[in-house]
Design a protein around this ligand. Structure first.
Ligand code: G3H
Ligand code: 13P
Ligand code: ZN
Length: 316
């Protein structure tokens, strides 16, 4: 059942976070649905602009519609990840997405608000909810001077004004994470102090944490042992998700970790089974491993086990 992220956030706020997973193809979709049902968790399917153009957006949407039929117990939102205004409007008009992200965080404050406001008006007219972003992810490194680093983090005071003026339904905040497999040059640092201040300014308002892959070191080791070259890859400590959830984070975005599962499975298969040329051989292993990965991630997020309770809430 496709629901809005708003419904999921109402159920989760302050208690746990919903996993938002990026998908691009059939095998990921199957693993995603299996893993969430296995762990009895509601979830968010994220589709980036790149995913929409990888094969064809109609094909990808069709796969998700079919998965909704094949797995009728699943409860999830379909969300555009990092949309620009054109992509967001296209998704709103398509009638398929229950949630869109407008990412105008690279623009100045007033322009970010103006763009977000336009998307919010179009989305709300169709019952679709909007995630916006304030602050800049990436490049917030340990070695950077504190004031420089702070300049990129979300300003809590601005956050309240941004939400009030833009009308967005949830806000992606920059609190020290970055996208990809190479996060944090020194030790891990999520700026919980900043998150706490944002929550004080916006009590009860759903916050979103991007760039939240954990980049498990065992995965990195196995990939490198099978011919990969991703030395030094590092991510967010997943044991910190629960604390983030207590401070208002209701959506945690994970893409890179899924890519690492795909890379490890395929590298190991081709290293250990050089005679294999049936794409279904690694495909089957990947779908199962991806499902296991999702189920484990949902334990860290705290969303595991909440599916029936969410079903009651959304059916009211
Ligand atoms: O934040 C970006 C996501 O990881 C999506 O990545 O644009 O390469 O699909 P992508
Ligand atoms: P990761 O690169 O840490 O998986 O972040 C994904 C993300 O934020 C998608 O919007
Ligand atoms: Zn992101």
């Amino acid at each position: 059942m496709i629901v809005t992220t708003k419904k999921l956030f109402e159920a989760a706020y302050g208690k746990y976070a919903i996993g938002a997973y990026n998908i691009n193809n059939l095998e990921q979709i199957v693993g995603l649905f299996r893993g969430n049902l296995q762990s009895k968790a509601p979830f968010i399917i994220q589709i980036s602009k790149g995913a929409r153009s990888y094969t064809d957006k109609i094909l990808l949407e069709g796969l998700i519609r079919s998965a909704d039929e094949v797995y009728p117990d699943a409860i999830f939102a379909v969300h555009l990840d990092h949309g620009d205004e054109a992509a967001a409007m296209d998704c709103i008009e398509s009638g398929f997405y229950s949630s869109v992200m407008i990412d105008a965080s690279h623009e100045d404050f007033d322009t970010n608000i103006a763009i977000t406001r336009r998307v919010v008006e179009a989305a709300h007219a169709k019952g679709i909810v909007v995630e916006a972003e304030l602050g800049q992810l990436g490049g917030v490194e340990e070695h950077v001077q504190v004031d420089e680093a702070d300049a990129k983090l979300t300003d809590p005071k601005q956050a309240r004004e941004f939400v009030e003026r833009s009308g967005c339904d949830s806000l992606a905040v920059a609190i020290g994470t970055s996208h990809g497999a190479f996060k944090f040059s020194g030790s891990q640092s999520l700026h919980f102090d900043v998150l706490e201040q944002i929550q004080k300014e916006l009590p009860g308002f759903p916050l979103v944490m991007h760039g939240s892959s954990s980049v498990p070191q065992d995965e990195v080791r196995r990939i490198n042992a099978a011919g990969g070259k991703i030395e030094g890859a590092k991510g967010v400590d997943a044991t910190q998700f629960r604390h983030a959830a207590e401070l208002g984070v209701t959506k945690i975005n994970i893409d890179t970790d899924g890519r690492l599962v795909w890379t490890r499975v395929h590298r190991e298969v081709f290293r250990d089974k050089p005679e294999v040329f049936d794409l279904r051989y690694p495909g089957k292993i990947f779908m199962q491993e991806y499902a296991n990965f999702i189920a484990e991630k949902n334990e860290y997020l705290g969303s595991a086990g909440h599916l029936d309770e969410v079903r009651e809430i959304v059916s009211k």
